[in-house]
Design a binder for this molecule. Structure first.
Ligand SMILES: Cc1cc2nc3c(=O)[nH]c(=O)nc-3n(C[C@H](O)[C@H](O)[C@H](O)COP(=O)(O)O)c2cc1C
Length: 185
């Protein structure tokens, strides 16, 4: 049993792409496919249509998803009429320069999009060190609607190790849900 999980993202300066790669590292049994939405091919669209789960990724720009990400979402919205993605899984990930940074608005935007597309939303489940001392740095932004990260000031990293590990765990969670979902098909 396998599950295809597509990570469809826009990235301006590489941070969201790095976050997508970290999520994919957590997907070990299923199949992760990274899709840069600026260069959509027929194969990319076919993968999205075949996927058990689609994770929508965008940096937070001015308190929402980046505009180029919205163009992609609107292109894909032609599947709303045909309900092609209905009952498939969805999740979201975003990164901003600030811990808060109004990133919740970006995740809310994609969660509502997924709901309109008839998809089943999978959120974040890590409770982090505030509650569990054995999880230092995990989900340090304290977001549960989806995956949040804060860009690193160290530009050779783009994302700090705690956020990389949080992203891996988010990937593993989505994979676990997707494998259960695939079993029931
Ligand atoms: C036009 C613009 C608007 C931004 N607005 C926000 C914002 O509202 N909140 C925030 O935390 N960071 C904001 N940032 C910072 C980016 O979210 C951050 O640098 C992120 O890591 C960029 O990811 P990317 O390299 O994938 O584009 C903004 C950056 C740009 C260029």
């Amino acid at each position: 049993m396998s599950a295809l999980i597509c990570l469809a993202y826009f990235t301006g300066a590489g941070h969201t792409a790095r976050l997508a790669a970290a999520i994919a590292e957590g997907i070990t049994d299923g199949q992760a496919r990274l899709i840069d939405i600026r260069t959509m091919s027929d194969t990319d669209w076919a993968s999205l249509d075949a996927a058990e789960a689609i994770l929508f990724g965008a940096p937070t720009y001015k308190g929402s998803t980046a505009a180029q990400s919205d163009l992609f979402l609107e292109d894909a919205a032609e599947r709303w009429v045909t309900q092609d993605w209905q009952n498939n899984l969805a999740g979201g990930f975003t990164i901003g320069a600030y811990g808060l940074g109004d990133k919740l608005s970006a995740l809310t935007r994609v969660a509502i999009y997924a709901a309109q597309m008839g998809m089943i939303w999978v959120g974040q489940s890590e409770i982090g060190a505030q509650v569990d001392e054995s999880k230092p740095g995990i989900n340090r932004d304290g977001g549960w609607l989806g995956l949040m990260a804060t860009s690193s000031r160290e530009k050779s990293l783009l994302i700090d190790p705690p956020d990389v590990e949080t992203a891996r765990r988010f990937g593993a969670r989505v994979e676990e849900v997707a494998l259960r979902w695939a079993k029931g098909r």
